[in-house]
Design a protein around this ligand. Structure first.
Ligand code: HEM
Length: 547
C-alpha cells in the first residue's frame, strides 16, 4: 500500500490521474452498458447528470453501504440488482439462490477465465497476454494439487517450521513482529516449496522478486482501474516496467532449473533406472501435463517460467491476507486468551498423536484451527464479491425473466451472505470455535454412546462444515467447478502454521482487533500492525519441532 500511495502522489501520477480521471468520466458515461438487463441499481441517482459515471466513482467509498442496501432490498429476497463498479463496468449481482443457475452454465457461455483476464488486466500486466488468454497453469493446479497434497505435507511442514523460526525467531525474549510482513515471507517460502522446491524456495533474491511481482499486480490493478480502456495499451508498457524487471529477477533462477528438469525428466523417461527422483512440485506437474496432452507450446522453458508468476500471485497475497486476518481476529478478540489456549491444547494433543510429523489424516483432526480460519474468512474476507463471471454468449434466467448479453459481468455478494444473522448467528462476532464446537460436542456424545440412527447424517453434515468445503453460504474460495483448487494447500499450510505458532510461541493478546480498510470492493488488513511474541523456553531448545 505504501508503494501504491508513493505512485499515486508523485507529480507525474497526479497529472496522469487528472487526465485519466476526465477521460474516465467521459468514457464511463458514453461506454455501452446496453448489455445490462432491466434490473434496479443501487447507488445510482437517475435524475443526476452522468449518473452512471458518478455512481461508479462513488462506489469506491460506498461499497459496504451499497452492498447492505442491495442485500436488504433485493438479494435477500431472491432478486438480482446492478452494482456500479469502480472499473466503469457495472456488475449484475445475483442472489445465492441463483448461484447454481450461474455456475451450471458451460464455460463457453459464462466464462471465469475471461473475467480473470478482464479483472486482472491479463492483456497487459503478466508479461505475456497468452498467460491468461489460455490459463494452462490453472489446469495444472486443478489436476495435480488435490491428488498430490498428501505427499506434499512433509515438505510443507519442513518449510513452514524453518520459515517461522527465521521470521519469528528463537529468542525467548518478547519481540514485536509486523504480522503482514512476517506472514508474507513465510507464505512466499512455503508456496514456493510447492512451486519450485528446494533450494530455490529459500533464495532471497528469487523470493523478493516473486513477492514484488505479486505486489506489482495489486498496484497495477488499482492504477489501471483509473485508466480508460483506450489509453491502456499506451500506458501499459510504462506502468509495467517493474513487472518485467521482477519477472527477469525470477527467471534468472527458474530458467536454469526448468531446463535441467526437462532434461532429467527426459532421461528418466528413457531410462527408468536413472538414479534421480522427480520432485513433487509445480514444475514437474506442468511438464507432465503438457507432455500428456502433447502440448508442445507449454514445454517452452520461458513460458513455464512466466507461468510461475500468475501462480505466485494467486497464492501469495490471498494466503497472506487470510492468515494476517486470522491472527488479528484471534489475538484481537475479547476471548483471545481462551482461543489461544484452546488452539494450543488441540495442537499439543494432535501433534503428540502424530508423533511430531504431520500427515493429511492428522491435519484433519485440527478442527479448532480449521474453524478459527474459517470464521475469520467469513467475517474478514478480503473480497466482497464471489463467483465473478463474464458472459460470452447470451444467457437467460427463465425464472426471473431477464437475460444477460455478451460482455455483461455477473457476481454474487459474499459479504452480505457471510454477515446474515439467519445464516450465521451473531454474525458481527468473531467466534473462533463456531464450527468446531458442534463437531467436538458430537464426538463427545459419540464417545458417551448417546447417538441414534440420525447421527450418521449428522457426521456427514458436520464433516462438510470444514474450511475447504465451499457452499452457497461460504464463498471465499468461490463455488462449483472453478472453486479455488489451491484451497487444499491453504488449509494444510495455515492449520500447520497456527499449530506451530501456538505450540512454540506465547502471543500477547491485543486490546482490540485492528480494523481492516475497504478499498472499493476489497477489504485490506492492517499492513503495519505488530504483535508481541516470545519463543517458549521449552521449544527454543528443540528448534520448534516438538513441544
Ligand atoms: C487463502 C488463499 C486463497 C483464496 C482466498 C483463494 C480464492 C480464490 C477464489 C475466490 C478463486 C475464484 C473461484 C471462482 O471464481 O469461483 C480462486 C481461483 C483460483 N485459485 Fe485461489 N485462493 C487462495 C489460494 C490459492 C493458492 C495457494 C493457489 C495455488 C496453489 C490458488 C490457485 C487458484 C487457481 C489456479 C484458481 C483458478 C481456478 C479456475 O478458474 O478454475 N489459490 N482462488
Amino acid at each position: 500500500m505504501d508503494r501504491l500511495s508513493d505512485y499515486l502522489t508523485s507529480p507525474i501520477s497526479i497529472v496522469l490521474l487528472a487526465v485519466c480521471g476526465l477521460a474516465y468520466v467521459l468514457h464511463s458515461r458514453f461506454s455501452n452498458n446496453g448489455a445490462l438487463p432491466d434490473l434496479p441499481w443501487v447507488g445510482k441517482a437517475d435524475d443526476q447528470l452522468f449518473a452512471e459515471a458518478r455512481a461508479s466513482i462513488a462506489s469506491f467509498s460506498n461499497s459496504r453501504r451499497w452492498l447492505n442496501e442491495g442485500y436488504t432490498k433485493y438479494t435477500k429476497k431472491g432478486l438480482s440488482y446492478i452494482f456500479p463498479d469502480f472499473s466503469g463496468t457495472p456488475n449484475v449481482i445475483i442472489p445465492r439462490e441463483e448461484i447454481k443457475w450461474l455456475i451450471d452454465h458451460d464455460d463457453r457461455g459464462v466464462s471465469v477465465s475471461e473475467m480473470h483476464h478482464e479483472q486482472l488486466e491479463g492483456a497487459y500486466i503478466f508479461t505475456d497476454p497468452y498467460l491468461l488468454e489460455r490459463p494452462f497453469h490453472e489446469d495444472v493446479v486443478h489436476k495435480a494439487l488435490a491428488r498430490k497434497i498428501g505427499l506434499l505435507v512433509p515438505d510443507v511442514q519442513d518449510e513452514m517450521q524453518n520459515a517461522m523460526d527465521d521470521v519469528f525467531g528463537l529468542e525467548t525474549e518478547w519481540r514485536e513482529v509486523c504480522v503482514f510482513e512476517a506472514m508474507m515471507k513465510v507464505i512466499a517460502r512455503v508456496s514456493n516449496r510447492m512451486f519450485v522446491g528446494l533450494p530455490l524456495c529459500r533464495n532471497e533474491e528469487y523470493l523478493a522478486n516473486a513477492s514484488a511481482f505479486a505486489q506489482d499486480i495489486i498496484t497495477d490493478i488499482a492504477l489501471f482501474s483509473f485508466i480508460p480502456k483506450a489509453l491502456k495499451p499506451l500506458l501499459a508498457p510504462i506502468l509495467t516496467i517493474p513487472n518485467r524487471k521482477h519477472y527477469r529477477g525470477t527467471a534468472k533462477h527458474t530458467l536454469p532449473l526448468i531446463h535441467e528438469r526437462l532434461e532429467l525428466m527426459d532421461r528418466k523417461a528413457r531410462d527408468p533406472s536413472l538414479d534421480w527422483q522427480e520432485p513433487n512440485d509445480y514444475i514437474s506437474w506442468h511438464i507432465n501435463l503438457a507432455r500428456a496432452e502433447n502440448n508442445v507450446r507449454e514445454l517452452d522453458p520461458v513460458l513455464i517460467s512466466r507461468r510461475l508468476m500468475p501462480i505466485n500471485f494467486a497464492a501469495i497475497h490471498t494466503t497472506t491476507f487470510t492468515i494476517t486476518n486470522a491472527l488479528f481476529d484471534i489475538v484481537g478478540s475479547r476471548s483471545a486468551a481462551d482461543y489461544l489456549a484452546g488452539l494450543e491444547e488441540e495442537a499439543h494433543r494432535v501433534f503428540a498423536e502424530e508423533d511430531g510429523k504431520w500427515s493429511k489424516p492428522g491435519l484433519a483432526k485440527l478442527v479448532r484451527a480449521d474453524s478459527a480460519l474459517k470464521d475469520s474468512m467469513r467475517i474478514s474476507g478480503f473480497m466482497t464479491r464471489a463467483i465473478s463471471r463474464k458472459v460470452t454468449h447470451r444467457i437467460t434466467n427463465e425464472k426471473a425473466g431477464w437475460s444477460l448479453e455478451p460482455g455483461a459481468l455477473v457476481a454474487t455478494d459474499l459479504y452480505s451472505v457471510h454477515m446474515d444473522s439467519e445464516i450465521y448467528p451473531r454474525p458481527d462476532e468473531y467466534d473462533a470455535f463456531r464450527f468446531s464446537r458442534p463437531r467436538e460436542e458430537f464426538e463427545q456424545s459419540q464417545k458417551e454412546g448417546k447417538l441414534n440412527e440420525r447421527s450418521k447424517d449428522e457426521v456427514l453434515r458436520l464433516k462438510n462444515t470444514g474450511l475447504i468445503t465451499t457452499s452457497e453460504t461460504f464463498l471465499p474460495f468461490g463455488h462449483g467447478r472453478h472453486a479455488c483448487p489451491g484451497r487444499f494447500f491453504v488449509s494444510t499450510e495455515l492449520k500447520m502454521l497456527i499449530s506451530h505458532l501456538v505450540l512454540n510461541y506465547e502471543i500477547e493478546p491485543l486490546s482490540e482487533r485492528p480494523p481492516n480498510k475497504w478499498f472499493g470492493p476489497n477489504v485490506i488488513p492492517p499492513m503495519k500492525q505488530t504483535i508481541k511474541v516470545r519463543r517458549r523456553k521449552e521449544s527454543a531448545a528443540t528448534n520448534g519441532t516438538s513441544h
